[in-house]
Design a binder for this molecule. Sequence first.
Ligand SMILES: NC(=O)c1ccc[n+]([C@@H]2O[C@H](COP(=O)([O-])OP(=O)(O)OC[C@H]3O[C@@H](n4cnc5c(N)ncnc54)[C@H](O)[C@@H]3O)[C@@H](O)[C@H]2O)c1
Ligand SMILES: [Zn+2]
Length: 331
Amino acid sequence: VAIVADETVASLHAARVEAALGGAPLLATVSFPAGEKSKTRATKERIEDELVERGLGRDGVIVALGGGVTTDLAGFVASTYLRGVPWMAVPTSLLAAVDAAIGGKTGVDTPLGKNLIGSFHRPLAVLIDLDLLSTLPREEVDNGLAEMVKHAVIADAAYLEELVQGADGIRALEPEALEAPLRRSVEIKAAVVHRDPEEQDERQVLNCGHTIAHAIEKTSSFRVRHGLAVSSGLSVEAGIACRLGILDSEERDRLRTALTGLGLPVAPPRDLAPSEILAATAVDKKGRKGRPRYALPEALGRMARGPEGYGLEVEDSVVLAALEETLSCFA
Ligand SMILES: NC(=O)c1ccc[n+]([C@@H]2O[C@H](COP(=O)([O-])OP(=O)(O)OC[C@H]3O[C@@H](n4cnc5c(N)ncnc54)[C@H](O)[C@@H]3O)[C@@H](O)[C@H]2O)c1
Ligand SMILES: [Zn+2]
């Protein structure tokens, strides 16, 4: 076994995982500096060289212990190391537990864009130990929480209410409060990726809120954290769905009330111009034929499907109007 973890998570939790290996021989615990800046081809190479040096063979297994940076990076290492070795994910951030570790997408960033180089390589297992999450900094919680709301929007309106009811315990990462919602989110994401592992069709629903979210992150030079961008994105995209006559305004407002109840934003920050956010949607890599696509709800818990699948094309004027509406109403 080789454990891969960032330095922060390694110092907090590697010993506990090492102790849990039982009789399996531990060849190495390889670490790298924490943060997105490490999710690169260069870090992948360093990890690979260390694994070769330590003698990890084809009978080995890589354990990715950490947040989404680690599960993406170590999973990608596993997918090409000796032409592919098995790996396990032990997510330690809420985002990794409900999202990044589920579904087998692995990869690294390049200077020109996030997640541009990677592979599909499903882990043997995803082991979620709620105790490992207890050390997560509070500002990291929003990142996972926004994705949990997204799961509710995609598949389960009742789950949205449960999230709002349990908000305090979830935000405090109390294991008793976290267990049921975390399980529900994993079920929803796992069901989608099981039906469409390589994003030919249904998996696009997981992009809900994200066309606008990526544009907000980009326009803010990544000052706005992913979860807050996703929350605003869900709200703006619900507005787009209303304007297209796909979603009832009552449903949109229910979603916005829920986001607010969870302490999440429903509009982009005021200093980001709607026209700039719109311009930044143009290069979203999930787009086809150069036009961005939107995965939009037709009700809370149900996604709209168009003639070409779940990625819908939307007129710029509609996107702009929805952005302006959230800014004037909520920011
Ligand atoms: N593969 C996928 O399907 C998928 C889906 C969503 C996101 N992602 C990727 O996930 C990444 C973001 O994940 P993330 O937010 O977990 O980032 P991350 O791995 O950088 O973790 C965030 C921070 O929290 C720290 N941390 C993690 N667990 C901790 C713990 N238990 N205690 C203390 N500190 C802890 C980390 O050291 C890091 O500083 C992005 O690169 C994104 O592209 C991938
Ligand atoms: Zn996301």
